[in-house]
Write a protein of this length. Sequence first.
Length: 550
Amino acid sequence: MKLLELLSLEDNKLKLRLMVSGVLSGLGSAALLGLVNTAAQEISDNGLDRVNWVLAGSFAGITLVYFFAEVFLLSTIGRQIESGIDRIRQRLFAQIALADFVKLEAIGQERLFKNITQSTRVISQNSHLIGMCFRSVMLLIAVMIYVFWISTLAFFLIIGVIGVGIVIYLRMGKRLGEWFGKLGLVEAEMFKKIADLFRGIKEVRMWSRRSDTLHRSFEEVSAKKAEYGHKAHDLISRQMIMGMSAFYILLAVVVFIVPAYSGNMTTELSKISTAILFMIGPIAVMVQSMSVFAQIEGSATRMLELSTELSGIREDIDEEHPKKLPAEFGQITFEATTFTYPNRDPRHGFVLGPIDLAVTSGELLFVTGGNGSGKSTLIKLLTGLYRPEGGKIRIDQIELGVQSIASYRNLIATVFSDFHLFADLHGVDQIDPEEANHWLERFEISHVTAIRDGRFVTTALSSGQRKRLGLITAILEKRPILVLDEWAADQDPTFRKKFYTDILPDLKKRGMTVIAVTHDDHYFEMADRRIHLENGKLSEVTLDDPRGRI
């Protein structure tokens, strides 16, 4: 069971604790049932003329044992579920942070996000149901042991009826699972239509034919979702009714069959009937929780599979013998460096390189090229997110490898084209308020936000303003290398000019090595050098080069 495997991560004593508490709870339930039947039998034989204090005291004592065993069992399961979820969530978080970036991109953000959020939520929200289901299983086992003690024939007949019921229930569950699968697909399609409406509301408003077509397609998928949902709920109802009907079948077996094949069952018949009635509650819990439990087990399976997959793509970094690189360096050099995206046809896939490049400390370097030319791939190689397939990358005389790659990345501040703006300035321990205000004012954004307690007051700004905050964050990190990917694309013409003619030269003057991907040909002359990419091939551009303006 994957759920139990997930919950017992780094806790070897979980199964023992659950077993002990479950046994105590089940035995307590069976003992209480036995005492009640014994007291009822005694009253039937002798009349109610005195209190059997021995039975009453035993009942009170066993009740206490049962109560505390139940509390311990359910609280242990609840606590362990939350602890297990926390452990797997932290493990996945750490594994994602340490995974090979290229292979992580292949997995996709949606799957990663669902496993850390939705899958854990499914388990957490139904933790009480898991506890009640485990308790019900233990109680059923204890009651069946009690029935076996009373009548072997009744025990095996009940086991037979339950076995047949389980087979039918599982077959119905398989069919139900198929319909839930269809329902999941149609729900995903419906959510996609809703997302199209939200994200493309401007385009929808701009053409009535598009609006009408989208509306009709949504109506079709919504009606199909309702149809599949009705079918799934109908199957759930049938499954639950079938499960509950098993009680009446069990009672019929005990009342009509057992006495016919077993002598002297008159006095025991009421006890077995009481035991079956005692089983109604636990079986009802199990029947009602089966569909939810299947979802829980599926979530646990997906998380464990993802964890195993992530452990197999962990980036090759030597954390035990790291090589620290100095903040001051002379050059970063590419020597016949190549990169090819994995799992793509080499005859048609993109290949970057071989590239020979030297980036000198303190220079302002522009990277240009058309769409699909390899600029983003080069930037990811330069920042160490991608590892070269062939050739070498050096910083001074040190070749980047498993010991030095992490230290190398620590030298580089970035603002990618698809960057994420953190509200908190993670990693920036000491923020000088005067310096922070200086950059906010210089980037003409101090009137809409500020930095307080190590975080931006608000990040709900336009895309251009958010990019300004991203660059301010990179500057405050005080790292020697700054890489910008199409940073000025979202800026208005006035501030774009300020960026190229004022801010970039100032950053260079402060000693930063700035590498900027850009299409702004009006400002190419501001760079110390410009390199151009075309079909994965790199060349350096001079002022008289015909590609001087692209």
